[in-house]
Design a protein around this ligand. Structure first.
Ligand code: GLY
Ligand code: MN
Ligand code: MN
Length: 440
């Protein structure tokens, strides 16, 4: 497959045009990701660059998109040439001949010609837009091209006088999702929600974390989402207090909670769900007490997502409820405003309440604009994921020691308010216990 079937060809064309208009006569050079060796002659599963894919839908490695802005604007793809021998081993390549029809680009050439063509493309151009500071070899390659253009100065050629980071433009474009992207993201979210339900139904004391991880991956892959959007966190008991726990090797014990943070990538878009539930299917009173605080905080935060409101508002909404709960459960002392001010809650809640979600799980886009938390607008997608993580301490009630609880949903900002994409993964105490009951 060479392009994502969920996004029409014309959408890619419009995205490229929008970027070309923003170049103000400059030229953008956008490489896709490199293939990376895992060990010996085995590579990591290939994942293209999100920005590159956003503009092309093209999934092969060794490709560079050049966009020429200004009056003679055009799009040029450099990609791997057809090669019978290589294709026998590695699979079919699109090749430059078929690329214009299949991808809608104006021109395409073999990637082997990039070094030769680029000097002419960068001559008499005021500025270059590319990714800088991400990969040293790429930075050197670009500066090498500029040096070559400059070496033609005596024949009257003008070299670009500035290099801009093209991500500044693309991040903003990707931040607001269109209806095609939202359709894909809804689907990704549904697959992940099914996987979480499956995980709840197969969890038992005596199973290993990796057995539950296997069920998640099975569900993703069986529904056409071959890869998780990020390494799955399957954290039983005290492992739930390690925020990025990915070892997933421990036994699940009777009486413990299991925190699962897992989401698939579907057609290039991420989903990101966390659910926390009892290994034996029934919350203890202390587990339920702490869980209800996180759930109430999450619901308050979701309700605070609305167009026009600053991004940070839903974090603040979650925080207030968490702090109230921490005081009620004697994990913090004092008043809500006092604990908020002192930051004492950070012992138990040390991360933000969410992030942008899209092609990347921590998606692109600034959170602050002109020094202020940016207002939400319809089409933005974000996660809402408050949690509490209780490490033992002598002033910490014993009943809560080692509990790690997070609840995370994916939410789209709509004109009316919000749409929760991941709501079919059970999250109330009643729904979780009912879901876990079904296979018993
Ligand atoms: N799964 C990564 C995160 O929740 O941010
Ligand atoms: Mn997240
Ligand atoms: Mn997550």
């Amino acid at each position: 497959m060479t392009s994502s079937p969920g996004i029409p060809l014309n959408t890619y064309r419009l995205r490229r045009r929008r970027l070309m208009r923003a170049l103000k006569g400059g030229v953008a050079i956008l490489p896709t990701s490199l293939e990376r060796v895992r060990n010996a002659d085995t590579h990591y599963p290939y994942r293209w660059d999100s920005h590159f894919h956003y503009l092309t839908g093209f999934e092969e490695p060794e490709a560079v998109l050049v966009l020429v802005g200004g009056r003679h604007s055009r799009s040029i793809l450099f990609c791997r040439p057809r090669d019978q021998e290589r294709e026998l081993w590695e699979g079919i390549r699109l090749g430059p001949k078929a690329a214009p029809t299949r991808l809608g680009v104006d021109e395409a050439h073999s990637i082997e010609r990039l070094d030769d063509c680029i000097v002419a493309l960068l001559s008499d151009v005021p500025m270059v837009y590319t990714f800088m500071g991400e990969d040293r070899r790429w930075d050197e390659r670009v500066t090498g091209w500029l040096a070559r253009v400059r070496s033609h100065a005596r024949s009257g050629v003008m070299a670009p006088s500035a290099i801009h980071d093209v991500r500044a433009i693309l991040d903003e474009m990707r931040l607001v999702k269109d209806s095609h992207e939202l359709r894909i993201m809804r689907h990704a979210a549904r697959i992940s929600a099914t996987a979480h339900r499956r995980a709840m139904q197969v969890t038992r004391p005596g199973r290993h974390e990796y057995e539950i991880e296997a069920e998640l991956l099975h569900e993703f892959c069986a529904q056409g989402a071959r890869f998780p959007a990020y390494p799955s966190i399957v954290a039983g008991g005290r492992n739930g207090c390690i925020l990025h726990y990915v070892e997933n090797r421990s036994l699940l014990a009777e009486g413990d909670l299991l925190l699962i943070d897992a989401g698939c990538e579907y057609q290039g878009y991420a989903s990101d769900i966390t659910r926390t539930f009892p290994v034996n299917g029934k919350f203890t009173q202390a587990q339920q007490d702490l869980y209800e605080v996180v759930l109430a905080a999450q619901e308050a935060a979701i309700a605070a997502v609305a167009p026009g409101k600053p991004f940070q508002v839903y974090h603040e909404a979650a925080l207030k409820v968490l702090v109230r709960g921490l005081i009620d459960l004697k994990l913090c002392r004092g008043t809500v405003s006092g604990v908020l001010e002192s930051g004492e809650y950070r012992r138990f809640y040390m991360h933000r309440t969410g992030h942008w979600l899209g092609m990347d799980v921590h998606d692109v886009g600034a959170y602050r604009v002109e020094g202020r938390s940016r207002p939400l607008i319809p089409g933005m997608v974000l996660t809402v994921e408050p949690g509490l993580y209780v490490r033992p301490g002598k002033d910490v009630p014993k009943a809560f020691h080692h509990m790690g609880i997070r609840i995370e949903d994916d939410v789209v900002v709509t004109r009316q308010g919000r749409e929760v994409l991941t709501g079919s993964a059970p999250k109330t105490v009643r729904d979780i216990e009912a879901c876990m009951e079904t296979l018993r």
